[in-house]
Design a binder for this molecule. Structure first.
Ligand code: NI
Length: 161
């Protein structure tokens, strides 16, 4: 496993749509392992493949306090969104900043895992926010385009995705 360089706002790759994954190759297995390592190393709660320069529909999320419940999503699709939450959001590709973003409070996602088995993940609040944020990355959407009131500086201790 290895840490990958996280692309930052202004890098064009972050604005592009990602391609579907057709099969799990050794290269993709390595990418997923590296994405998890890179997310944990950066103390983030989520990371999408374009953030490490790969235009594939792969994202990882882990909102658990211990950082031991990774969710690996390949070709994720939103099945259902409901409710509403407005809260602070950050992104590892926008270091040192946060913004207020309105999201659905509940999200249900269909995706494939690292063995290309379909699964459903659903969550509320922070998990729902992280799922929506990462899926946005796969179509080239950054949270900064959704902020209400622009970006603010963040304390170094806060988690970013
Ligand atoms: Ni992000």
């Amino acid at each position: 496993m290895a840490l990958r360089t996280i692309r930052v706002l202004g890098d064009e790759i972050l604005t592009k749509s990602c391609r579907e994954v057709k099969e799990i190759t050794p290269r993709i297995q390595t990418l997923i392992e590296d994405m998890l390592e890179t997310m944990y190393d950066a103390d983030g709660v989520g990371l999408a493949a374009p953030q490490v320069g790969v235009l594939k529909q792969i994202a990882v999320v882990d909102v658990s306090p211990e950082g031991d419940q990774p969710i690996i999503m390949i070709n994720p699709k939103i099945v259902e969104l409901s409710g509403e939450q407005t809260g602070q959001e950050g992104c590892l590709s926008v270091p040192g900043k946060v913004g207020m973003v309105k999201r659905a409070n509940y999200a249900k996602i269909k995706a494939f895992n690292e063995n290309m088995e379909e699964f459903i993940v659903e969550g509320e609040e922070l998990l729902a926010r992280a799922l929506q944020h990462e899926i946005d990355h796969l179509s080239g959407v950054m949270y900064v385009s959704k902020t209400e009131g622009g970006l603010m500086d963040v304390e170094a201790s806060e988690k970013e995705s």
